[in-house]
Design a protein around this ligand. Structure first.
Ligand code: MRU
Length: 364
């Protein structure tokens, strides 16, 4: 998508230097910076400390990290080290392991001399595929928005609530939850997006920044506003992303998603999840019991990043000295609360049958 009128992906290989460049998300929405990441250690830090974030982008970054490592040490041991280091960075988003497994299956049968070139090609393939998947999700999600628009007086916006940032910078491009919004906006369909701030890291500010850059009308709201807005008929549809969805359609996403789903159910608001297939973990069924939930540093809850009136970006403490912070980063929304899953192959029920219908070769 565009920033200041120029098209970017969130990660790319520089054509001139061959180095991997990323949008450094630590500074958004206040400062737009790009950075080069070179070594395995830098890839590890970039994922763990959320210079890059969002399940699909974490997977794509891991692909490029493997390629960098194969340049330096294409041995089996070199690959295994990179696999383990990268896989340990963030435990919940399944796209990370999905990408690493894909690299392992493609590279291990090759000779050491063949691995670097193949790894670069594969990293690019994973990135390009992600863009295509998200574009398709947008086209299928657009249909849902069109259906709701058809029930409203002409010109009245479809009001969509979203949580966290499942936007283009959480993927390689388009985003998952935001892709239907961008498609609707670009098709001339009026939409208005309620963007949850998403404490503790305020990824909603990233979503608001993205939407603003693309000219999509939106309002940044506190996390607790959603239920109230739904009670008052202000939300037509919820669309969130996901970090891991189980084979029976339980959805793990940013902490607070579950509460939005409960409020949506209580108020008869459809709750959809944008789900790229690499985010499906076919090895687990019960999300609450089986998905590991990342516990992030307490400092993310006790401190916030912001910009002061003079324009300086800094971190300030919001809690009293000595109060411990707790920071589970994700929660699980059981499939019974999910109206449907918007995948690259179409929309399905959040159930084993629904997913198997669209992905029979995986569900088997
Ligand atoms: O901790 P984050 O910012 O990486 O969490 C991101 C989310 O929870 C997103 O909703 C999810 O990864 C889907 S991104 C298309």
């Amino acid at each position: 998508m565009k920033v200041n009128g120029e098209h970017y992906r969130s990660i790319w290989r520089d054509g001139a230097t061959g180095e991997v460049r990323i949008i450094d998300q630590r500074w958004l929405p206040h400062q737009f910076k790009m950075v080069t990441i070179r070594t395995l250690e830098e890839f590890e830090v970039a994922i763990r400390d959320m210079w890059v974030r969002g399940a699909p982008l974490i997977g794509a970054t891991a692909g490029f990290g493997i390629a960098e490592q194969m340049e330096r040490d294409p041995s089996n041991a070199g690959f295994q080290t990179a696999y383990e280091v990268l896989n340990a960075t963030r435990p919940t988003a399944i796209n990370l392991r999905w990408a690493l497994d894909r690299c392992r299956d493609a590279l291990m049968p090759l000779s050491e001399g063949e691995r670097a070139e193949a790894a670069w090609a594969l990293a690019q393939e994973i990135s390009d595929e992600d863009v295509g998947i998200n574009k398709s999700i947008g086209q299928h999600g657009l249909k849902l928005i069109q259906d709701i628009a058809a029930t409203k007086p002409a010109g009245e916006p479809v009001r969509v609530l979203t949580h966290c940032n499942a936007g283009w910078i959480a993927t390689v491009d388009w985003g998952t939850a935001t892709s239907p919004m961008y498609h609707a906006h670009d098709a001339g369909l009026p939409v208005h997006i309620w963007v949850d701030e998403t404490r503790p890291r305020n990824q909603g500010a990233l979503t608001s920044w993205e939407l603003g850059e693309h000219g999509v009308p939106h309002t940044y709201i506190v996390d607790n506003a959603g239920g109230h807005l739904m009670q008052h008929g202000q939300v037509d549809l919820v669309i969130t992303g996901t970090d891991r969805t189980t084979a029976q359609g339980d959805v793990c996403n940013k902490i607070g998603t579950y509460l939005k789903a409960l409020a949506a159910r209580d108020n008869g608001v459809p709750f959809y999840v944008a789900l790229p297939s690499p985010t499906i973990d076919w090895t687990v069924r019960d999300g609450v019991a089986e998905i590991p939930i990342e516990e992030r540093p307490a400092q993310e809850t006790t401190h916030v990043l912001g910009r002061d009136a003079a324009g300086a970006v800094s971190t300030v403490q919001v809690s009293p000295d000595g109060s411990p912070g707790g920071n589970p980063a994700f929660d699980v929304t059981p499939n019974r609360l999910v109206t449907g899953l918007i995948t690259e192959r179409g929309v399905c029920a959040a159930s084993a049958e629904g997913l198997a219908g669209l992905f029979p070769e995986k569900a088997g």
